[in-house]
Design a protein. Structure first.
Ligand code: NAD
Ligand code: ZN
Ligand code: ZN
Length: 380
């Protein structure tokens, strides 16, 4: 089958790899209809992880079930499904509490709980930027979708970034009527903003400097804050009579930069601590790494990000972090889409064949104007 394979920093190739097959009786094989490129893929693409050469990328997958193992009972051949990026056993201490993003039994990497497709340190599971994908524990992991092709570009956000954005607002303990700030207008930040609106925010401020992404935030009724035009904290304090927001979501990660493009791993956490009111919540879904030799500061190379903890404590704020447990939200978010109450497809900018993935990676990594969210169609 054709697949997107990592060759080295800034180098992916679309090439032939062995077909995905049923390896365990609890597996399914899914024929991929849509698979997305994610900001998380860029950490690997840029050579900032220990991902192995030859890894098939792709953790944002959906498609139609092609085959099931003998022990699969709920999922049937022909079902249209969304595949959560977390691979969950369903029964370990964390999975049974709904923390499928921290499954203790499927990732052999020392010190890491949680497994995913096509990702560094997340276990030996090839990704779905390919024609076929092997899904372990199919009955646990797969979410059924209405048959046909309706809402394809909305449903494709259910495997990762819509639940991730939603999770950011849950970690921030957003309440109806809150003013919410989201740092980052990338796909994840825009999904957090969309989620915050659906969850009843009074106002949502979205901070970035990319004009095309800020325009999308404006399109869904959020207030765009351009951090290249002035201190984003001051702009938001001005707009809230000096109160700040009730809560905030971090959707940038440790590769945050200043207006000149220089990397400052602690910048967004510091801004959040300043702009969120006393006793307010901060949900961090942007990724921070325990190690990255290419990080901007010596501390950050060892995963130490020195944000203003003193102010955080003095303001009595709280913070939640980590990979999103997709399964906890994806059924409800699917039903919001079906009911017409959520339309996460508003961020889609490009729909490419799998063979065009090399170009897709390059433009998305360069944050080229208009390249907000890239979908790949292996069947096209
Ligand atoms: P992205 O890189 O396209 O978006 C990040 C955005 O942040 C960019 O638009 C960039 O201009 C902006 N930005 C940079 N510095 C900033 C600053 N100082 N202030 C405000 N905005 C700033 O990526 P994405 O796909 O939206 O992903 C965002 C983060 O979420 C990544 O770290 C990704 O790995 C992570 N992620 C986490 C999960 C999870 O489960 N927790 C899931 C998916 C993605
Ligand atoms: Zn993703
Ligand atoms: Zn588990």
């Amino acid at each position: 089958m054709r697949a997107v394979v990592y060759r080295g920093p800034f180098d992916v190739e679309v090439t032939e790899v062995p077909d995905a097959t049923i390896e365990q009786p609890t597996d399914a094989v899914v024929r991929i209809t849509t698979t997305n490129i994610c900001g998380s893929d860029l950490h690997m693409y840029e050579g900032r992880t220990s991902v192995e050469e030859g890894t098939v990328f792709g953790h944002e997958n959906m498609g139609v079930v092609e085959a099931v193992g003998g022990a699969v009972t709920r999922i049937k051949v022909g079902d249209r499904v969304s595949v959560p990026f977390n691979i969950s056993c369903g029964t370990c201490r964390n999975c049974s509490q709904g923390w499928t993003s921290f499954c203790t039994s499927l990732n052999p990497t020392e010190g890491v709980d949680g497994a995913a497709y096509g990702y560094a340190n997340m276990g030996p599971y090839p990704g779905g930027q390919a024609e076929l994908l092997r899904v372990p524990f199919a009955d646990v992991n797969l979410l059924e979708l209405p048959p046909g092709s309706e809402h394809e570009n909305d449903f494709t956000m259910l495997s990762d970034i819509f639940p991730t954005g939603w999770h950011g607002t849950v970690l921030a303990r957003q309440q109806p009527g809150d003013d919410v700030v989201v740092f980052g207008a990338g796909p994840v930040g825009l999904m957090a903003a969309h989620s915050a609106m659906i969850r009843g925010a009074a106002r949502v401020f979205v901070v970035d400097k990319e004009a095309d992404r800020l325009a999308l935030a404006g399109k869904i009724g959020a207030t765009a804050i351009d951090f290249s035009a002035g201190d984003p904290v001051e702009q938001i304090l001005d707009a809230t009579d000096g109160r700040g927001t009730d809560c905030g979501v971090e959707a940038v990660g440790y590769q945050a930069h200043d207006p000149s493009g220089e990397e400052h791993p602690e910048l967004v956490l510091d801004n959040l601590v300043k702009v969120v009111r006393t006793t307010g919540g901060i949900g961090v879904v942007g990724v921070y790494m325990p190690e990255d030799p290419g990080a901007a500061t010596k501390d950050a190379q060892e995963g130490r990000i020195g944000f203003d903890y003193g102010t955080f404590f003095t303001k009595g704020q709280h913070m939640g972090t980590g990979q999103a447990p997709v399964k906890r939200y994806n059924r409800q978010l699917r039903d919001l889409i079906v009911a017409g109450r959520a339309t996460p497809s508003f961020i889609v900018s490009h729909e490419l064949s799998l063979d065009a993935a090399v170009d897709g990676y390059k433009h998305f990594d360069d944050r080229d104007h208009g390249w907000t969210k890239v979908l790949l169609r292996p069947g096209a």
